[in-house]
Design a protein around this ligand. Structure first.
Ligand code: CA
Length: 427
């Protein structure tokens, strides 16, 4: 499995029951209307029988779940057609630190090295009443049934593929109950279910670097990383980086089209400098950080604000839609950029300057971001960090030409099309 691992939060009845009252209070105010998606990036992936190093000084929890493995390209699949897009199922462990909120992307809790071992896939025809058992050191600790999930595999494939094209080998983790199992160094966790190869991993205190060079490079993105933009959205600048992950489906190239969904009020561009990692980085200092950067490129991190809900904000439906992250393929070597914290950015729509700023106004600068991520994630060559956008957002419409430029790094041209125009292009 060398594709994207999607996961869904709050899909088990015990979770939504326990959080029901909190979800009627700020900052949520209302329960989620659509599935709450997140990504388990390549640094989290491990195989059956791999030893996994636990982070020091924090409590890690095991979260046994079922993974559905996609068998062929799936785009806008209906629920009753979803079964034919499934290659099989596997057991998985969606490891996490304690979940204290569902408001901001929980990458520090959920995306640490080794936090997503996946078992061997097998075909299964009926999984809607599957019992999943967790044993720690041979003693049963938990038993739950997929009958208690809100949405089953077919429903999740339908809702995800509505905006994200899935590829063969992509995986969806179906969710976990509220109860998680505390684990410690020295434990062996075995997850089993009828008809599937069991998944057994030994956990140690040895948090060594494990590279996953065949995995999909991780695209990190920063929210509210320019103070003027945070003010524009009525937010205070965050106290620590607000990082979310975008899946590969959203990427497109230069001179390509991006789709504005029908019946939305507000879709805006975001001009961003992108950092491209050049070599494996773990626990690097701020002073050393730039030595791990290969170079820089440019992206336009479009967002559809109509779809913003307060759950792992921003959800993939807002930020990881097909075609909504145009990026230049070329990477300008780090050595060619004298000062990455003094570059002009701008967005020009139909010849009119709409957005401008300078990378000196980043809340968290490039060396800080590389160092901070590397404290809990092994960054690898090809991973990317989209570093956020300055103020000056505005709506774009089908027919618009949107040009994003970062001084000395590149100029990215993109054209907005309607859903209908895009479907005609696909024919
Ligand atoms: Ca952004």
């Amino acid at each position: 499995m060398k594709r994207t691992v999607f996961a869904v939060a709050l899909n088990h009845r015990s979770q939504t029951a326990a959080w029901a009252d909190a979800f009627r209070q700020p900052p949520y105010n209302t329960p989620p209307k659509t599935p709450v998606w997140f990504i388990k990036p390549r640094n989290t992936h491990r195989g059956p029988d791999d030893e996994i190093g636990l982070p020091a000084g924090v409590q890690t929890f095991s979260g046994a779940t079922l993974a559905v493995v996609i068998g062929k390209t799936a785009r806008k699949v209906a629920v009753d057609a979803a079964a034919s897009f499934i290659a099989g199922y596997a057991l998985a462990n969606e490891l996490s630190l304690a979940e204290t909120h569902f408001y901001r992307p929980a990458i520090q809790a959920k995306c640490r090295d080794g936090f997503c071992p996946l078992g061997t896939m097998a075909p299964l025809s009926e999984v809607d009443g599957l019992t999943i058992v967790t044993q720690v050191n041979g003693v049963e600790k938990q038993r739950w049934s997929t009958a208690d999930l809100h949405r089953n595999a077919a429903q999740l494939i339908a809702t995800l593929s509505d905006f994200a094209t899935l590829q063969a080998g992509d995986v969806i983790l179906l969710g976990t109950p509220l109860e998680r199992i505390a684990i410690a160094a020295g434990d062996t966790v075995t997850i089993s279910a009828a008809g599937l190869p069991s998944l057994s991993n030994h956990f140690s205190a040895d948090e060594r670097v494990v590279e996953q060079p065949d995995g999909v490079p991780t695209l990190f993105a920063l929210g509210l990383n320019y103070a003027d933009h945070a003010t524009e959205l009525d937010f205070k600048a965050p106290q620590e980086p607000l990082v979310f992950i975008k899946a590969a489906n959203t990427l497109t190239g230069n001179n390509r089209v991006s789709v504005r969904p029908d019946n939305v009020e507000y879709m805006h561009y975001e001009a961003e400098l992108v950092v491209v990692i050049g070599k494996t980085a773990r626990n690097v200092s701020r002073e050393q950080a730039l030595a791990y950067v290969r170079g820089y490129t440019v992206c336009n991190d479009y967002a559809v604000r109509d779809y913003l809900e307060n759950y792992y904000r921003p959800n993939l439906r807002v930020k990881s839609r097909d075609t909504l992250t145009p990026m230049l393929e070329s990477v300008v070597p780090r050595e060619n950029i004298a000062d990455v914290q003094n570059l002009q950015l701008k967005t020009v729509v139909n010849g009119e300057l709409r957005q401008s700023g300078n990378t000196r106004d980043m809340v968290f600068d490039v060396p800080f971001l590389v160092s901070w991520l590397s404290q809990f994630i092994t960054l690898q060559a090809g991973d990317m960090i989209a570093t956020g956008t300055p103020k000056g957002l505005s709506d774009v419409q089908p027919g618009d030409e949107v040009v994003v430029e970062v001084e000395g790094v590149g100029r990215l041209i993109n054209h907005i099309v309607s859903e209908q125009q895009f479907e005609e292009r696909l024919k």
